[in-house]
Design a protein around this ligand. Structure first.
Ligand code: AMP
Ligand code: ZN
Length: 114
């Protein structure tokens, strides 16, 4: 684990959080500052700081993350009204937590990407 990584601490139970779903590769929590009625975070179990750090041997982890995101979005809002998946990479994208994660946003009209 990376020192002082909040998502590693949640993974290890050192910081309490309601883990909605978990498998060997990733786990899902609700964002603490939701930007939509449904705002989930899909987080790989292994600490990767950035998407760009991810070596090809770990690309299966991305597949697991997207699969979990799709399942959780379907569970929360169904397919009909849609949802958005976002990865913020680095400073220009406003990445706050340096542990790769996939945002799942749904439950309202999300508007154009800015
Ligand atoms: P990003 O800007 O892509 O790095 O997103 C990080 C997200 O993590 C933000 O939307 C925060 O609200 C969220 N976050 C930070 N700490 C926690 C926490 N302890 N539990 C749940 N979500 C968190
Ligand atoms: Zn971490």
């Amino acid at each position: 684990m990376a020192d002082d990584c909040i998502f590693c601490k949640i993974r290890d139970g050192e910081v309490p959080s309601d883990i909605l779903s978990r498998n060997d590769h990733c786990f899902v929590i609700r964002d603490i500052t939701p930007r939509a009625p449904t705002h989930l975070l899909v987080i790989p179990v292994q600490h990767f700081t950035y998407l760009t750090d991810l070596a090809p041997e770990f690309y299966a982890t991305l597949g697991d993350m997207f699969s979990a995101a799709k399942e959780m979005a379907m569970r929360e809002v169904g397919a009909g009204d849609g949802y958005r998946l976002v990865i913020n990479q680095g400073d220009d994208a406003g990445q706050q937590v340096p542990h790769l994660h996939l945002h799942v946003l749904a439950g309202r009209t999300l508007g154009a990407m800015g």
